[in-house]
Design a binder for this molecule. Structure first.
Ligand code: 13P
Ligand code: SF4
Length: 365
């Protein structure tokens, strides 16, 4: 699907320009007191105001390095939690719209994870045999669980290095909540698919036999991204039939068969770098969120590169999309007026264990 810049706003150009000005004026009034971090999936009208852009790992690092009093996170809830955990107590992490969650992160609840750990204890000794590893797309409580059980966190750009670390600690790993990232990474490490069974939290013992648990190298939590599950092998087959020289690049949250068919698999930042570094005239089919793909298509058009979106359906991260220019304007204007809205504050007991897990990740990245 050929992409044009997507316009889903229903705002007149004049209203959009007014909002843009409000954001710039409030931003200027705050000066060094505020920094805006923007994930690559943010819509252009928000993205252009960010001081730093990046994938989850880059934004985690950026959050840890900030001096500003206010870290305004244009991303989703778990990202603002990470910013709060890694920043100093004198700094505040702010999410312009509190309903900007991540549906994948919601697929692993702390109660389910604790129950799974107990159930595993009837078959083996998890504290000696399993390293819990959570994808950064998870709640602070799950990160804290990993931190306090000898485990860690990963992002899509360091999952392999983190899993290698996990296997140096204990012989098995339990990977939350994205089964696809876990499976793809395990496969890249040479682990057979049959040794990566899926743990279904809705079923007793995850729906697994004791023998399957004993032989598993990685237990994969039954979670996925609703955006990336839209990409299908048929989309790649059809496109390749018409673009013999074209290349396919996808995010590792895509299903295993899609990753297997792609020429490149990597984080949002990897996708951007790879396409931008390709020779003029290259043709690309990209499997990740449409705001990123749409912006990338525009950026490389002048070099004669074409970038197409993988699915015939518009699959946008609807929760990232909740951060709209109006929310950003209101958030910044409130700060100028001395009011803080939508602060994300992780309780310190949870934050301490989550920080430990995140620090282990940053140390191996
Ligand atoms: P990245 O870390 O690759 O930016 O991915 C974050 C994400 O949520 C992708 O859906
Ligand atoms: Fe979560 Fe998927 Fe949106 Fe990424 S694209 S933030 S995994 S819902």
């Amino acid at each position: 699907m050929q992409v044009e810049t997507i316009r889903l706003e229903g705002r007149s150009p004049r209203a959009a320009a007014e909002l843009d000005t409000r954001i710039r004026v409030a931003r200027a009034a705050l000066g060094q007191r505020a920094v805006i971090l923007g994930h690559h999936y943010q819509r252009e009208e928000v993205y252009r105001h960010a001081d730093f852009h990046g994938d989850s790992l880059q934004l985690s690092r950026a959050a840890a390095e900030q001096e500003a009093e206010f870290i305004v996170f244009c991303g989703v809830h778990f990202m603002a939690e990470v910013a709060d955990i890694l920043s100093r107590p004198s700094q505040a992490s702010i999410l312009p719209d509190l309903s900007a969650g991540c549906s994948m992160a919601d697929m692993a609840e702390i109660g389910q994870v604790e129950r799974a750990w107990k159930e595993l204890g009837t078959v083996l000794d998890p504290e000696r045999e399993i390293t819990p590893v959570t994808y950064v797309n998870s709640s602070a409580a799950i990160k804290a669980f990993c931190g306090s059980h000898g485990g860690t966190v990963c992002t899509s750009s360091n999952a392999r290095r983190v899993l290698e670390w996990a296997f140096r600690q204990r012989p098995k790993a339990f990977f939350f909540p994205d089964q696809h990232l876990g499976r793809w990474t395990g496969h890249q490490m040479g682990i057979p698919l049959r040794d990566m069974p899926v743990w279904d939290p809705a079923l007793p013992m995850g729906g697994l036999e004791a023998e399957e648990i004993r032989r598993a190298s990685i237990l994969l939590w039954k979670g996925h991204c609703s955006v990336h599950q839209m990409f299908q092998p048929i989309h790649i087959e059809r496109w390749r039939a018409a673009h013999a020289e074209g290349r396919v690049i996808v995010h590792p949250e895509s299903a295993f068969d899609v990753c297997e068919m792609a020429d490149h698999v990597g984080s949002t930042d990897f996708i951007l770098r790879t396409v931008k570094a390709s020779p003029p005239g290259s043709q690309w089919l990209v499997g990740t969120e449409i705001n990123l793909v749409s912006r990338l298509a525009e950026e490389v058009r002048s070099e004669g590169k074409t970038v197409e979106f993988m699915s015939p359906m518009v699959c946008m991260c609807s929760t990232m999309f909740r951060i709209d220019p109006e929310q950003l304007a209101i958030t910044l204007e409130s700060l100028v007026a001395g009011r803080m809205r939508n602060r994300i504050l992780v309780p310190e007991d949870t934050a301490a264990s989550a920080r430990l897990a995140l620090q282990r990740m940053l140390d191996v990245s």
